[in-house]
Design a protein around this ligand. Sequence first.
Ligand code: AMP
Length: 637
Amino acid sequence: MGEKIIGIDLGTTNSVVSVVVGGEPVVIQNQEGSRITPSVVSWTKEKEILVGEPAKRRAILDPLNTVYESKRFIGRKYDEVKDIAKKVSYKVVPDEKGDAAFDIPNAGKVVRPEEVGAHILRKLKEAAEAYLGEEVKKAVITVPAYFNERQRQATKMAGKLAGLEVVRVLNEPTAAALAYGLDKKENAKILVYDFGGGTFDVSILEGGEGVIEVKATAGDPFLGGANIDERIMDWLIEEFKKETGIDLRQDKTALQRLKDAAEQAKKELSFKMETEISLPFITIDPETKQPLHLQKKLTRARLEQMIEDIVDRTMDIVKEALADANLKPEDIDDVVLVGGSTRIPLVQRKIKEFFGKEPHKGVNPDEVVAVGAAIQGSVLSGEKKDVLLIDVTPLSLGIETYGGTMTVLIPRNTPIPVRKCETFTTVTDFQTEVEIKVYQGESPIAKENKLLGTFRLTGIPPAPRGVPQIEVCFDIDADGILHVTARDKATGKEQSITVQPSSGLTEEEVKKMLEEYEKHKEEYEKKKKLIELKNQLDQIVYPIERFLKEAADKFTEEERKELEQLVIESRKAIETSTDLEEVERQLKKAQEVAAKYGEKLYKLAQENQKGENKGGDNKGGDNKGDDQGPIDAKPVD
Ligand code: AMP
């Protein structure tokens, strides 16, 4: 049996460590005897570094030296997170590379989010070592489904800094499905509803015969329990202002205390109908110099009013995921709850209303992700052999082809790892290079998507357009890293790129693109259709153009006129028209003319072929070749 691989849920708010012992996952207590470790790190004046509960306790006393929710900043550029930076009480700054980092006075330096993650991971590693009585070197760490490559790599780096080899970065919902035991069910479908402190994720997974497959994912990286806390805070601040005229927002320390009190009240209202929020000495009256106290009663009903739109938003995302997986609520066998915020009664009620049944409450929602990671760890260590995991691509991946089209090789929500190949060809005669531009996104217009990388395949032997066969393969490995290869089938020459982590999309970009796609779905379909029609038209007109140039003497004056007219009109339609019907009309006309001259054109093509192809394997010069994909691959000047 291999060495132990622990499972770690490195959460925005809290972290949990688990390991499989004797076939059963165990959640390990930390040094303070708690199964949950707050993801908080604090630097004292004495240069001591506190992690977890002791750090969280200092958050009020020393807001500038205490970092919480650092997961929001890991693997991200400072510019991307400027707005979130304003909401935390410590100082977020760009490091020398422009990445988000923290300026911690007591640390005497700029601390990177990876280092903060490493402190938390090290504490959990030590807890696991104390429990197991042996050194732990490897871990599976979970991340939100929407984490991009950079964020995943940065998470791995945090592990490395903590002395852990991160053998797999696992999506949180997938981990939850493993803990639920989806792999042991027969053709069951579950929906993982993960409502944590900082993120909301929905995944639909299908299990059976030892395999778990993710069918669809959706989410909002900025929707979590913290948003609920903020609502309560805002309410408290408003109420206090009404009573005293003092704005507590100006006071960082007061804000931190309000945040804690708001969270505490929220948690209590999950099992009580009413709670008392009491913050003595919250501030000093600037006029009387007397201390002021904040005292407020909050009922569950009032809280539910305050947050109903937040819960409704999560349900909208649930609907999105269902639509994506082409499923109805009744197709879901179980809803698995993940994250502390699923303890809120309103959340459970809305889920029950929508699905018509109680959500599943098998594993503790705070621990279910870590337990899944531990199970995955035991599979990777060879201890457990019966599960295989499949994740999905959040957005479509493809290349730019003729006319600026996005030709998708891997549609969104395709299970990974995956390999897909398609054959393309050249667009101009004697073209010896093609440029492969790799894009990610849902628009049929390539440049409206995110460009991930570009490379050239050169040295293609000169041949008429449509003859060279260039095979493009997309390969996504189990860690979600994309390798793209282009190979000229005739020469075997090949070029490839691996998409760099830094070129991936940020969470917001993914979200925005999916929203754009939903909004402009019809328009996209129209554009796609327009491009397809134009490509068809081009395929008819191109050979006619050529024959007019190279074999003009084979046509009568009248024929030439008609064909020239057709070419001019068609080129105009291809280059300028945005009107679907107009292009359709022109295509029909071209088809009619082509049919009229069909025999003549065919003969010319035959002759032409003989002249050009000295024993080549061109299958009749028919550009519509079935396995060739569209006439494609942009020419390189
Ligand atoms: P997690 O990311 O799973 O650690 O979830 C943390 C979030 O769950 C925080 O926003 C907590 O305030 C919230 N939470 C934990 N327990 C409860 C509870 N009993 N009721 C409501 N929210 C809770």
